[in-house]
Design a binder for this molecule. Structure first.
Ligand code: ADP
Length: 446
């Protein structure tokens, strides 16, 4: 059985949904979106930090000074200069446009905060400060439905169809039925590989046994399909581990919790690192602590300011005490050591003391009363490498030539984050490049 489309978009995460909407709005209406899972949204559902963007209307309204060049420089620096400068600059230059575009779709990200590795407030979140993914996915889905763009759920893309060098469609398993979807363009927006242990260890044997924050459908299918069709995969060993993952439930404790003032202490009750440093460095520091874990400790102010925390509490992963001493006893940490640690930390804010670990961002003074802690360790979080693309989201072969008919966007692509992704940059990546690929394909096929 076969069906004919202008374009097939694989994946219902932020990248795929945005690609479909942007393509449709540029006149490409004979399209379909595929999702192999029974639920839509992919890992985008879990994205908590927000969307980094620079020179936005919301920043200007709030008096936050920023520049696209600074955003690009800090992104490249965060990735230790292993990202592709052209892709990064393109992402940053188009970030404000993507924020406005989302606003036009009814997705308002005007609550702006800071994430590790960024020098200013550029992480855009929903107005109430809640997790961005839970606003983004339903908002994009509503726009997809409004336009009548078909979404095939439980439909797994298996293999790209080729005619000579060109991609001319995709073979799928549509609820158990094999079909060929013929198309003039295929957009892979299949996300990452964190849920595929074999693939993770193929590229990174040292990550065997790590828990993952990824949804079960993040099995790296897009990499395999693209590589089989002649695309080059780059930086595949760059798999990001996130420093604050609760290990029993694989729950990611959002970066905003540290950004809002939380500290990391080891089982001896001592801080050991600048909590606002980049994910790779914080993860490495944690693994050096006794037992290879840390307690993410915070007070009532942090609890109240971050919507996500009550959900962690509902999931049963938040330890609590009515005072520092009670919390210490609840988590089996020396009470005097923890009290000293907190006093020293509070002095950064109250006395302007310099932090011995160099933390300058997101410091607060904890208030007396309820104290909380979540046990965290690193977990597999994000595939930074992937399909090699250019700023037109064309999938490239090893010589840098586009594979006709094949495009990719989002986590499945490589080159933007280099060897360390900044919190808030994945959503910027999927929105800028998701919107872009839709527009590019619509124009190419017009
Ligand atoms: P991004 O952030 O790049 O948009 P996500 O992880 O949010 O990526 O979304 C990718 C989506 O693609 C997920 O919902 C995933 O289940 C889906 N997906 C992955 N592989 C396939 C496949 N072979 N066929 C159809 N859908 C797929």
């Amino acid at each position: 059985e076969s069906e004919d489309y202008d374009a097939v978009i694989v994946g219902t995460g932020g990248a795929g949904l945005s690609a479909a909407i942007a393509a449709y709005d540029r006149g490409l209406t004979n399209i379909v979106i595929l999702e192999k899972m029974a639920v839509n949204g992919g890992n985008t559902n879990y994205s908590s930090s927000g969307m980094n963007a620079s020179e936005t209307t919301f920043q200007k309204d709030q008096g936050i000074e920023d520049s696209n060049d600074a955003f690009a420089a800090e992104t490249l620096e965060g990735g230790h200069d292993t990202g592709d400068p052209e892709l990064v600059q393109f992402m940053c230059d188009n970030s404000a446009g993507a924020i406005d575009w989302l606003d036009g779709l009814g997705i308002k990200l005007d609550n702006i905060t800071m994430t590790g590795g960024m020098s200013t407030k550029r992480c855009h979140r929903p107005t109430d400060g809640s997790a961005v993914g839970l606003t983004l996915v339903p908002g994009l889905m509503a726009a997809v439905e409004e336009r009548g763009i078909p979404v095939k759920m439980s439909c797994e893309a298996k293999e790209l169809l080729k005619d000579g060098d060109a991609v001319v469609g995709i073979a799928v398993d549509d609820k158990g039925k094999a079909k060929n979807l013929n198309a003039r363009a295929v957009i892979l927006a299949t996300g990452g590989l964190g849920a595929n242990q074999d693939m993770v260890t193929k590229y990174r044997p040292d990550l065997a046994g790590y828990v993952t924050t990824n949804q079960p459908g993040a099995t790296g299918d897009g990499y395999v399909m693209a590589e089989n069709a002649g695309a080059e995969l780059i930086q595949m060993d760059q798999i990001q581990i996130h420093p604050t993952v609760e290990q029993e439930t694989s729950t990611l404790v959002a970066e905003g919790v540290r950004g809002g003032g939380a500290i990391l202490v080891n089982t001896e009750g001592n801080r050991f690192f600048d909590e606002m440093s980049t994910r790779d460095k914080v993860s490495a520091a944690e693994l050096e602590q006794p037992g290879g874990f840390a307690w993410c400790v915070f007070d009532q102010q942090v609890y109240d300011a971050n919507k996500a925390i009550s959900k962690y509490d509902d999931a049963g992963i938040v330890q609590q005490g009515a005072s520092v001493a009670e919390l210490a006893s609840a988590i089996g940490v020396d009470a005097a050591a923890l009290a000293d640690t907190i006093a020293a930390y509070n002095a950064i804010t109250t006395d302007g003391a310099a932090d011995e670990f160099g933390r300058t961002e997101g410091c607060i003074a904890f208030v007396d009363g309820n104290m909380y802690a979540i046990k965290v360790a690193p977990g597999i979080h994000h595939a930074m490498g992937g399909i090699r693309i250019n700023t037109k989201n064309e999938a490239l072969d090893a010589s840098g030539n586009p594979i006709p008919g094949l495009y990719a966007a989002g986590e499945v692509t490589g080159g933007i984050h280099g060897n360390n992704r900044i919190g808030g940059n994945a959503v910027c990546d999927i929105e800028v490049f998701g919107k872009n690929v839709g527009e590019v394909v619509a124009e190419a096929l017009a």
